[in-house]
Design a protein. Structure first.
Length: 251
């Protein structure tokens, strides 16, 4: 009888000991409550609890990768797109993460979705396609400001995909082609302007030096004469022919 009672007591003590011991890994922390009130944050390593009086909630400190589902966004220029993103965050204050919010994973996911729609809706489609780094930083700053009270640190936000309907893709292609044509025309016009300026400067210099005009004329004839298959008919300037005619009249 005594041995049976002693064995039962030993068994109960072993059960209580097993219930009071917790082992936390290096990346885990335990938020301990005593009679419903916050007591302390324990870990990593061995944690001893008082059974029935103390309870512990385990919290991971590693970076969590959260996939933000695709969101319907209407941009500032009234274009409907679908955008999804990925969010990286981690718990830096286990006490706040457990006490200040009921489910910090779900709360962070919902906040990321609403913030994504709100931020991207303030920008035009061109900015959404070409300024992703800036938009990522804007979303991250807003999330950090709101999750700080939850003991959560948002480390990075990346916009993954921007889905646009086919008609808008064709419109963007036409816009890009028109932009390339506009740039080509501007470059051509700038080239013509520079050439006209140089020609005006050359004409001004040649006007001051008549001999230079004659030399340029003869140089042009030399270049043309290089093509032996061509027959060249050119007028002689009066300042060259005039002296020859006067010499013939004298004879």
């Amino acid at each position: 009888m005594f041995y049976g009672f002693g064995g039962t007591l030993i068994f109960l003590l072993l059960v209580l000991l097993a219930m009071s011991l917790r082992i936390l890994r290096e990346y885990d922390r335990g938020v301990v409550f005593q009679l419903g009130r916050f007591w302390s944050v324990k870990g990593p390593g061995l944690v001893i609890l008082i059974p029935g009086i103390q309870q512990m909630v385990r919290v991971g400190l590693r970076v969590v990768v959260l996939d933000v589902p695709s969101q319907d966004v209407i941009t500032r220029d009234n274009v409907s797109v679908k955008v999804n993103a990925v969010l990286y965050f981690r718990v830096i204050d286990p006490q706040k993460a457990i006490i200040q919010v009921e489910n910090y994973l779900q709360a962070t996911s919902q906040l990321a979705q609403t913030t994504l729609r709100a931020v991207l809706g303030k920008h035009e489609l061109d900015a959404l396609l070409s300024e992703r780094e800036k938009l990522n930083l804007d979303i991250q700053k807003i999330l950090e400001a709101q999750t700080e009270s939850w003991g959560i640190k948002v480390t990075n936000v990346e916009i993954k995909h921007v889905d646009i309907n086919e008609s808008m893709i064709r419109a963007i292609a036409r816009q890009a082609e028109a932009e390339r044509e506009r740039r080509a025309k501007v470059i051509h016009a700038e080239g013509e302007l520079q050439a006209s300026v140089k020609l005006a400067e050359a004409a001004e210099i040649l006007a001051k030096q008549p001999q230079a005009i004659q030399l340029r004329y003869l140089e042009t004839l030399t270049v043309i004469a290089a093509d032996k298959n061509s027959t060249i008919v050119f007028p002689l300037p009066l300042d060259i022919v005039g002296p020859l005619l006067k010499a013939l009249d004298r004879k």
